[in-house]
Design a protein. Structure first.
Length: 74
């Protein structure tokens, strides 16, 4: 089975304290956040997390993140 590469948003999740911390912030199960590391953070969650912790996105914007993939929604 081919190993899937992590999405660039996994860096944001790591900056926010990891899977468990982001799951608690977003009030979702940890496996959901684990999926986000593979597929990207849903746009509504990106907006929420950006409001809470803009510093986690400052460096991430240099690369491709979910928020950069959908600039029309910002």
């Amino acid at each position: 089975m081919k190993k899937l590469d992590n999405h660039p948003d996994s860096t944001i999740i790591d900056r926010l304290g990891g899977t468990g911390a982001v799951a608690r912030l977003c009030e979702v199960a940890s496996p959901s956040v684990t999926g986000w590391k593979k597929r990207g953070i849903p746009q509504s969650r990106v907006m929420y997390l950006r409001l809470l912790h803009p510093e986690a996105f400052d460096v991430a914007q240099q690369g491709q993140s979910a928020s950069a993939a959908h600039p029309e929604q910002e």
